[in-house]
Every structure is written in C-alpha cells, then in structure tokens.
Write a protein of this length. Structure first.
Ligand SMILES: Nc1nc2c(ncn2[C@@H]2O[C@H](COP(=O)(O)OP(=O)(O)OP(=O)(O)O)[C@@H](O)[C@H]2O)c(=O)[nH]1
Ligand SMILES: [Mg+2]
Length: 391
C-alpha cells in the first residue's frame, strides 16, 4: 500500500492532483483543513490536506480484470457483457467509495466543529481565545475546555478586563503544573538510590550526567553511577565518559546479583544513579529483566523520562507499561525541540505524577531545570493570541 499526502489551496485541486499521481484506484483515507505559514500563528492560510492510499493488490486485480475485459471481446456478446460488468461496476464502486470517504470526512469535520462550538458556547469570547491558545499548544480538547471553564468561573463580572484575564489564565495553567518534585537529599542522607527508566533515546543518560554534575559541583554531594545498559555497544562508555569528566565512580553491572554488590560498594555515597538501557516498553522479556533488577535495587525513587517529541497517546502507553514496575516521578526532555507544550499538560492531567525536571538541550550540565510553573504558563500563553488586546 502506497500512502501520500496532498496539500492544496482547495479540496478539488488536492483531489485532482492525487488522482493524477496515484491513479483512479486511489482512495482517500482522510481530509482536513490545516493552517500553513504565517508568523506566530498570524496570517496563516487555510489549506486542504488529503491523505490518499493506493493498494497495489487492488491495482493488480484491476489490471487482471482489464486484461479479461480485452479477452472477453472475442467471446459471444451475452457472455462478454457478463464478464465486463464486474470491471465496470468496480470502477464505479471505486469512484463512489472516494466520494463516500470525502463526504464522510467532511461530515466528521463538521460534527467535530459543531461539538466544539457547542462545548465552548457557554464561554465568553476572551476565554475562547485562551481555549484556542491551548489548542494551538496541542492541549487535548477536553483538558483545554476544563481549563477554559475554570478560567470562566474565576473571572470577576467585568469579563472584558484583559489584564485580569491574563492573570487568571496564567494562574490556572500554573495550577495544572503544581506538583513539582526534584531530587532532594535530606541532610545527612546517604546512598539515595535513583533509577532512571524510559524508552530508547529520550535522554536518560544525558539527564543523569546533568544531575550528577550539578549535585557534585553545586551541592558538593558525593555521587556514584551504576549502569545496567550493557546492550548497546558504547552505552556504558557514554556514561563512563561523563563519570570521568565529573570524576564520579561507575560500575557496569550485568546481573541482579552484581547490582546488589555494586549498591553495597557505594553505600557511603550520598546518591547513586542507576542508568538503564532504553528499551521498548512493549517487549515483555526486557521489561521482566528490568523488573528483576529493580527488585534488587529497592530504589528510593524511580523516574520515567519522556521526550516531548513523543505524542500524548504514545507517552501515556509508555507510562502505563513502565508503571508496572513503579514510576514515582517524570522528567520531560527536549523542550528545546518544540514550541507546543500542551503535551506535558495532557500527560500530567492524566497520570497525576510529580514532575522532577525539564531538560532543554544537549549541554551537560546546563540544560536542565526544575519546572517553574510561572515560566511554563508564560511559554504556553505565548503560543496564541489570548492576550491580544481588542483594538
Ligand atoms: N535537543 C535535546 N537533545 C537532548 C536532550 N537530552 C538529551 N538529548 C540528546 O538525545 C540523544 C540521546 O540521549 P541519551 O542520553 O543517550 O538518551 P538515552 O535515553 O540514554 O538513550 P538510550 O540509552 O539509547 O536509550 C543525545 O544526542 C542527547 O544529546 C534535550 O533536552 N534536548
Ligand atoms: Mg542511555
């Protein structure tokens, strides 16, 4: 199956282009209006996006039918009509199917819009702008509506007061990101065990290096590393390099028994970071293996690292899989790679776990911060025109 997207100024143009390139067997999988171009969301123009697919198997069947159509011309007329008919019908069917997909998609779009209009009907116009700002940030509709309603309820009588509105919006957003829990070492505490888990490539090892460097240099804490990542060539080397630079000891362990020993060896350290191999959470065998290690580790905190580049549904399923082994906190990485932060709100609204850190780049140790709800709210609000004063 070949799938391709077509974007044009109007639906007909996109449709014709798709038909021209993909052939008449192509079917429309989805159609939607999108905004393109512009500056900070202003002056963006409306385009139509068609996702079109063509199934090679159908094409082959169709070609076979066409060949049979040619062949049937040599057989007696009555039989030929019967043979040709299925081909003609299926062409018409394909045409009809396309039309039906088109109509169906348009109806779904209209239904969605009506539903949205119905939902935000009770909200005053300035607050609807806040709602749109949240949607621009990819906040889920349901959560955006909940926030908008919250703002609406808190607004005093003079709803047109934009200064007041911006304060209430910011305050509401801050409320959603209020559970912040960075790593805290109690006075005199030793051998705090922090395990960092997550899918591949989200930034687990880099984040551990940032945390370790800051704890070592800024708080004069005695840190140790243990890595369970023996799967990827150079994985342990990566943490060893950081360990050398920061000057902290490191052990590479291959079995739960090794892990027990390594933890015992570092019992005089203030904090032990355990780095794990990035694994697909859907691989049961790997998850069981991780579970065996974690049973031995008896971590004080297990932190799940999620990249903001992963979609909300994917992040939620990743969380649910990792939560089988127990997740205490979250770290969101790669905030520098997006300017839509709704993802974070969607996830924390759903799973209600504290956020320990945001990471904002590849630089060790600088690109990490304890989430600041005020700053976060401002970043979300900058993505939209909620605070534009009426002229
Ligand atoms: N832009 C950006 N890149 C980051 C950030 N954190 C980590 N990275 C980069 O992401 C890549 C993967 O980082 P790692 O720390 O190796 O990720 P990991 O989760 O340990 O990967 P595996 O151990 O392979 O699962 C590296 O190129 C990092 O420099 C961040 O906050 N922003
Ligand atoms: Mg790693």
């Amino acid at each position: 199956m070949k799938i391709k997207k077509y974007v044009a100024d109007d639906f007909q143009v996109a449709f014709k282009q798709a038909k021209h390139e993909m052939g008449r067997d192509a079917i429309i999988l989805s159609s939607r209006q999108i905004k393109k171009g512009g500056l900070f969301g202003f002056f963006a123009s409306t385009k139509y996006e068609l996702t079109v697919a063509v199934d090679d198997n159908i094409k082959i069947e169709r070609d076979k039918l066409r060949t049979s159509e040619v062949r049937t011309r040599t057989v007696p007329a009555a039989a030929a009509v019967q043979e040709i008919k299925p081909n003609r019908v299926s062409e018409q069917e394909s045409q009809l199917l396309n039309e039906m997909y088109m109509i169906n998609n348009m109806l779904t779009d209209i239904k969605d819009k009506m539903y949205e209009v119905e939902l935000i009907k009770g909200i005053s116009e300035p607050v609807q702008k806040f709602y749109k700002t949240l949607i621009n940030n990819n906040v889920d509709k349901e959560i955006a509506l909940r926030m908008a309603n919250q703002v609406e309820r808190q607004l005093p009588a003079g709803k047109g007061n934009y200064d007041c509105l911006s304060d209430v919006c910011r305050h509401t957003l801050q409320g959603f990101l209020s559970d912040i829990a960075p790593i805290k070492l109690d006075k005199g505490e030793t051998a705090r065990i922090v395990v960092v888990v997550g899918p591949t490539g989200v930034g687990k090892t880099t984040t551990i290096a940032k945390l370790a460097a800051n704890l070592t240099f800024l708080e004069s804490r005695r840190v140790a590393f243990i890595t369970l990542d023996t799967y990827r060539v150079s994985a342990a080397e990566q943490l060893k390099t950081f360990a050398d630079i920061i000057d902290v000891p490191i052990k590479v362990v291959f079995s739960p028994a090794d892990l027990k020993e390594a933890i015992a060896d570092y019992s005089d350290r203030d904090i032990i970071f355990i780095d794990t191999a990035g694994r697909s959470p859907y691989n049961q065998e790997h998850m069981e293996e991780l579970h065996d290690f974690l049973e031995v580790a008896q971590a004080d905190e297990t932190i799940l690292v999620l990249s903001v580049n992963t979609t909300t549904p994917d992040s939620l399923s990743i969380y649910h899989e990792f939560n089988r082994i127990g997740v205490d906190k979250l770290i969101f990485t790669k905030l520098d790679e997006t300017n839509r932060y709704g993802q974070i709100l969607n996830i924390i609204s759903e799973i209600k776990k504290p956020v320990a850190y945001f990471t904002t780049g590849q630089n060790v140790p600088d690109d990490i911060e304890v989430p600041d709800p005020f700053k976060f709210a401002r970043m979300v609000m900058e993505k939209g025109d909620a605070y534009e004063r009426p002229s």
